[in-house]
Design a protein around this ligand. Structure first.
Ligand code: NAD
Length: 501
């Protein structure tokens, strides 16, 4: 660990457990064993607020992936998890959730240091949301059931369905919510009785490795959850095309998702793809302006804008355009920039040098395209990857900054005349992950919600997520759903059984 990172950690202080974990050289978790990569190679990981080295993670090889898939297949075949009594499976899942809750501060600190995220958000959203989801999915195993169906054919027939786990799940996770997105991928398949191989993003593997320690303590049998770390190109790609994997559950960019989907189809695996977004917010003239400001804080300026469903395009009815732009930019300008471990941090660094460069490039593209920089529009002059919350005004749908996912704290704003124009502008995009509408007119709110081409629509808020409601994209934002009972179904096969009596 670089001295700059040590100084940063000492300045804010962390638990003894966090120190213990960060001082160890990370190992992967395969078949219940903690292992280095078979090649002995590692990948350096940076701490985003200093840009200095935090640790090295194992650079898994294809042989390591094969070993992890073999361990998951063996565990599935032996049935210690898939055939375990449903009530016992529930108990272990709840134990994992309880251990996660007891270790909230530690895992939040690990996440904050590894991903640059604000510690308050890590505790309140990343970890709390993960605990809730584990408890929610822990409630399902005893309720998974088939059905008897009245057959119409001649003779005495008895026909029914059985629900069975799909088998080994390959899960691939992004870096913007490293723990939380991993739990979104892990909780449902575990509830269904599947076994898994999970690949975290190479920038942010630590919280998931810590989580695996908790699973081990909770009594999850060896081989049920396996974690391989390393690059997407090598480890992710090999996992996606592995014939031993029955289901691929991917969260990440649309570009990579397309390739992962094709690889999975080579061996006809089930696929869920949770992909990118460029979600519109529509603000009508009767809207509560404070609600719009709060929504920008909770989405496009939260987590430094690295939020898949962030409201990144704001369409405002022309009569309130100036008022909304002023209110949003005043709040954005007042946000406290500081490293994630600072409990007062409102906006931390973005994840990496390449993400920082890409966001800065987009801001320049926006300027060249003729957008007005209302606030921000530049990086902070300090170590690490800090970018000011940026509002680009008077944009048009023809601009790249309006059509493409920037994945940083950059909001584009433009005016509209009436409802028909707002809906047309909002739907004019390749993505369809989420959308929101701000109005006091209840009929209009529901009318616009129905008209939106998006998997989730919020009314007078943005980016509320709960375990009970499915989350997933329309159009190029994905296939399938995470969360809710809909997600559990993705990890179950339905077998029809027929008896002629
Ligand atoms: P990414 O697509 O670059 O990487 C996602 C994961 O895929 C990582 O683990 C990566 O190592 C792996 N990967 C990379 N190349 C691969 C390949 N060729 N084969 C297999 N795996 C490969 O995405 P990212 O930059 O980590 O995350 C940001 C993206 O994720 C954004 O587009 C964001 O909108 C999206 N996202 C979507 C959701 C959602 O629920 N829809 C949630 C979070 C993030």
């Amino acid at each position: 660990m670089d001295q700059k990172v040590r100084d940063y950690i000492d300045k804010y202080g962390v638990t003894e457990e966090t120190r213990r974990f960060l001082e160890k050289t990370p190992k992967m978790y395969i078949g219940g064993e903690w292992l280095f990569a078979s090649s002995g190679k590692t990948i350096s990981v940076e701490e985003p607020s200093t840009g200095a080295e935090l640790t090295h993670i194992p650079a898994a090889t294809v042989e390591d992936v094969d070993r992890a898939v073999a361990a998951a297949r063996q565990a599935f075949a032996e049935g210690e998890w898939s055939d375990m009594k449903a009530a016992q499976r529930e108990r272990i899942l709840r134990r994992i959730a309880d251990l996660l809750e007891q270790n909230t501060q530690t895992i939040a600190e690990i996440e904050s240091i590894d991903a640059g995220k604000a510690i308050t958000g890590c505790i309140a959203v990343d970890v709390a949301g993960s605990i809730d989801l584990l408890h929610y999915m822990a409630g399902w195993p005893t309720k998974i059931e088939g059905a008897t169906r009245p057959a119409s054919l001649e003779g005495e027939n008895f026909a029914y369905t059985l629900k069975e786990p799909v088998g080994v799940v390959g899960a691939i996770v992004p870096w913007n919510w490293p723990l939380n997105m991993a739990i979104w991928k892990i909780a449902a398949p575990l509830a269904a009785g599947c076994t898994l191989v999970v690949k975290p993003a190479q920038l942010t593997s630590l919280s998931l490795l810590f989580f695996a320690e908790l699973c081990e303590q909770a009594g999850l049998p060896p081989g049920v959850l396996n974690i391989v770390t390393g690059s997407g190109r090598l480890v992710g790609e090999h996992l996606a095309r592995h014939p031993g994997v029955s289901k691929i559950s991917f969260t990440g960019s649309t570009e990579v998702g397309r390739q992962v989907g094709k690889s999975a189809m080579d061996h006809v695996a089930h696929v869920t793809l949770e992909l990118g977004g460029k979600s519109p917010m529509i603000a009508f003239e009767d809207a509560d302006v404070q609600r719009i400001v709060d929504a920008t804080q909770a989405s496009i300026f939260f987590n430094a804008g690295q939020v898949c469903s962030a409201g990144s395009r704001l369409y405002v009815q022309e009569s309130i355009y100036e008022e909304v732009v002023r209110a949003v930019s005043e709040r954005a300008n007042a946000m406290k920039h500081s490293p994630g471990l600072d409990p007062e941090s409102e906006i931390g660094p973005v994840i990496s040098r390449s993400q920082f460069d890409s966001i800065c490039d987009y801001i320049e593209i926006g300027k060249q395209e003729g957008a007005e920089v209302v606030c921000g529009g530049e990086a902070l002059d300090r170590d690490g990857y800090f970018i000011r919350p940026t509002l680009l005004g008077r944009t048009t749908n023809a601009m790249r900054v309006v059509q493409e996912e920037i994945f940083g704290p950059v909001l584009v704003v433009q005016a509209f005349k009436d409802e028909a124009e707002a809906v047309k502008l909002a739907n004019d995009n390749e993505y369809g992950l989420a959308a929101s509408v701000f109005t006091r007119d209840i009929s209009r709110a529901h009318r616009v919600a129905k008209a939106m081409e998006a998997g989730t629509v919020w009314i007078n808020t943005h980016d509320m997520v709960d375990t009970i409601l499915p989350f997933g994209g329309y159009k190029n934002s994905g296939i399938g759903k995470d969360l809710g009972p809909e997600q559990l179904e993705h990890f179950l096969e339905t077998k029809s059984v027929w008896l002629l009596m």
